[in-house]
Design a binder for this molecule. Structure first.
Ligand code: HMG
Length: 389
């Protein structure tokens, strides 16, 4: 029996910043951001969206009356949690009207949290084929105004429904993983911005990719020629290119072209959204299956997940018959196209108004946000979420 992703959807808020304009404002050559980093746009997250509302806005597209009664596991991968105790999964379960007889919890290991959730969900459904699981990767990537990491910010949520006999992609449960206690990127509890040793983090990422890829080949006997695409956690598109380039010497020139082309299709959405931490690998998966029309059912896709601190995992997925869905692709492209461009100064104002880590009531201007699920503020230390019909 195959187990994997049966439905997948994505949400990012309604505003974006042009990387060309950001470069000019920061006195950098625009080509550094557009080519050197590979980023064209970056989603700007209003303070009326958080990981709970972004996840609900994403999942809304795949939850229906049929699957609602079968879902009894909700795993929420995030490193931008809204509470140190209560998980974002419980808020989400309520907002989506899911079955109360559900296990709902959060997973955290930087950008790796959703992969941990996906693998757990896969194993659970393998044991209980009549059950379904909802897995989320949602985050807001924040480094700070005028920092080297600023060009790699962004945010959004990916929601995935894990079932038996999936329509999109199945996973065989074989993975290679590697973890090590290092300080490449972290966010202490007292700050809303990450602390990062940027160049070191780039090196660790490539090392972890190579470590897990070599291990995966030994475990499975597969080689690069078995893969039709390799996709990556994409903190920024150039990072994935660095990973891919490190293994291309193993490929024939024809295979090398195929993998580079597939990588470009797999980073189209990420180039317009920026880093969404735990959701980034799965946004790349969406970008690949929506846009690479050379792919056919049965093709094997390699996936590299990386979370700073650090955890890496390499696994593969087999594309299933219903992997392409034109309606889903059109919806995502329309969502990205319809976002409103904001100036650098407007982005700076929005960035600085992000709800700080301080107590007290808060009332937010939700009228400016057209999303179905919004964060309206805080009352008596309780977060207030609204659903628009
Ligand atoms: P920087 O020091 O400002 O940039 O920071 P740079 O000087 O390294 O330049 C970047 C690239 O642009 C270079 O290319 C330059 O050559 C090129 P490379 O040598 O790397 O191939 N360049 C140009 N290209 C064309 N025309 C030009 C031009 N000028 C320069 N005129 C850095 C870059 C990524 C370090 C910074 O943005 C940063 O710290 N970002 C955040 C950290 C990050 O994203 N790390 C990635 C790996 S860790 C990870 O993936 C986990 C993470 O997602 C968190 C989690 O797990 O939760 C971050």
């Amino acid at each position: 029996m195959n187990v994997g992703i049966d439905a997948i959807s994505f949400y990012t808020p309604e505003m974006y910043l042009s990387m060309e304009e950001l470069a000019l404002a920061r006195d950098e050559d625009p080509n550094k951001y557009l080519i050197g980093i590979g980023q064209q746009q970056q989603s700007v997250i209003p303070n009326t969206q958080d990981v709970v509302t972004m996840a609900a806005n994403a999942a809304d597209g795949i939850i229906n009356d049929d699957n609602r009664e079968h879902i009894d596991l909700v795993i929420f991968g995030t490193e931008t949690g809204v509470d140190n105790s209560k998980s974002a999964a419980i808020y989400l379960q309520n907002l989506l009207g899911l079955n109360p007889n559900t296990r709902a919890f959060e997973t955290k290991q930087a950008c790796y949290g959703a992969t941990a959730g996906l693998q757990m969900a896969r194993d659970y459904v393998q044991l209980h084929p009549d059950k379904q699981a909802l897995v989320i990767g949602a985050d807001v990537a924040r480094y700070g105004i005028n920092t080297p990491g600023e060009v790699t910010q962004g945010g959004g949520a990916v929601a995935m429904l894990v079932t038996s006999n999936p329509r999109i992609i199945s996973f065989d449960g074989v993975s290679s993983f590697y973890s090590k206690d290092i300080m490449d990127f972290w966010r202490p509890l007292y700050t809303t911005e990450a602390i990062v040793d940027g160049h070191y983090s780039n090196d660790v990422y490539v090392n972890f990719f190579n470590e897990t890829w070599q291990q995966y080949k030994k475990q499975t006997g597969l080689s690069i020629s078995d893969l039709k695409a390799m996709i990556f956690h994409l903190p920024y598109p150039k990072m994935g290119i660095k990973g891919l380039r490190s293994v291309l010497p193993e490929a024939s020139s024809e295979q090398s072209t195929t993998l580079k082309t597939a990588f470009n299709f797999g980073s189209m959405y990420n180039k317009r959204v920026g880093n969404l931490y735990s959701g980034s690998l799965y946004l790349s998966l969406l970008s690949l299956i929506d846009n690479d029309d050379e792919l056919v059912p049965g093709d094997l896709v390699g996936l590299f997940s990386y979370g700073s601190g650090a955890q890496g995992e390499f696994f593969t997925g087999k594309l299933e018959a219903g992997f392409f869905n034109a309606k889903r692709r059109d919806h995502i492209i329309a969502m990205l196209d319809q976002r409103k461009q904001v100036s650098v100064s407007k982005y700076e104002t929005i960035f600085s108004s992000w709800p700080r880590l301080k107590p007290g009531d808060l009332s937010l201007p939700i009228d400016a946000d057209n999303a179905k699920y919004v964060f309206a503020g805080v009352k008596n230390n309780q977060r207030q979420y609204l659903i628009r019909k």
